[in-house]
Design a protein around this ligand. Structure first.
Ligand SMILES: [Fe+2]
Length: 287
């Protein structure tokens, strides 16, 4: 069952009448290659067979393991929606698929196991359109007045650099890919009407990123261009991962909730406090 006792309160903290019949759950940053995370991944179970699950990136690094974990989850949940994180995009020079081709490989693999990706029609949960996004980052979360090159060099100088620089950047122009993804996403989002839930591995706003212990890391944490998306596209909530600092930040009235598991030292700490994981994004009630 779920590792944490699930709250009897609905998401958002409002008590509502009726029995929960279906739940849209969310997790991120499962880091399945870490041995001690296996028990936590195994504990991700539905409350009802009709429940859905969002997996907001960083399942693992190797495609085979990513698909294996997603397939296991798909057998438990009626619907699984996945978006890629940076770890899924990690490559080595000896890999057959690198850069954009690795993402294509993952999407093709998800199709075979019936897991939804940012390339599929958006599913609708109880009248709300659930939108899996893949927008990457473009180093625009940086101090004003410095160029991307200066900001990355400054991070190198302070030895605060994400593995992405060695495992993604050599294989693809990340900024160009990010901007392609933004254009693709806007085109599709502009056709959606009614309320939405936006899902992305990287946060859509900078506020939670500002809380990081090492400000240099913000370069690899998103793009300024998604800032207005929650309001513009009718988001009831935004679900993300990446920072390994689970919790909710309300920005312009919209809750942005990080649902990461993270590494054992992190989730062991979260277990000591108030932490609802997997996170119930939406609940359907029978009254
Ligand atoms: Fe992660």
């Amino acid at each position: 069952m779920n590792p944490m006792p699930q709250s009897s309160r609905a998401p958002g903290g409002t008590d509502r009448p009726g029995t929960v019949t279906q739940t849209l759950w969310a997790v991120a940053d499962l880091h399945g290659a870490v041995k001690d995370n296996a028990g936590m991944i195994d504990s991700i179970r539905p409350r009802d067979p009709s429940d859905w699950l969002i997996v907001a990136g960083d399942v693992a690094e190797r495609t085979e393991l990513v698909l294996q974990i997603l397939n296991r989850l798909r057998k438990r949940f009626a619907c699984v929606i996945w978006v890629p994180g940076n770890h899924e995009l990690f490559c080595r020079s000896t890999d057959r698929y690198q850069g954009r081709a690795k993402y294509d490989e993952l999407v093709a693999g998800c199709r075979k196991i019936d897991v939804l990706t940012p390339e599929d029609p958006y599913p609708v949960f109880d009248g709300v359109t659930v939108v899996p996004l893949f927008t990457l980052y473009d180093y625009s979360f940086r101090k004003t007045g410095s160029t991307v090159e200066q900001a990355v060099q400054a991070a190198h100088d302070r030895q605060v650099v994400m593995t992405d620089q060695f495992a993604i950047a050599p294989f693809v122009d990340i900024r160009a890919w990010c901007w392609d993804r933004l254009a693709y996403s806007i085109k599709r989002l502009s056709k959606v009407s009614g309320p939405t839930i936006l899902i992305n591995h990287w946060p859509l706003v900078i506020e939670p990123v500002k809380k990081l212990a090492f400000p240099e890391l913000s370069l690899w944490c998103g793009t300024r261009h998604t800032r207005a998306w929650a309001q513009r596209y009718g988001a009831r909530s935004v679900i993300y991962g990446h920072l390994h600092t689970p919790g909710t930040t309300v920005v312009d009235g919209v809750p942005h909730t990080e649902v990461s598991l993270g590494y054992p030292r992190e989730w062991n700490r979260h277990l000591q406090g108030e932490w609802t994981w997997p996170y119930p994004v939406m609940e359907v009630r029978d009254a």
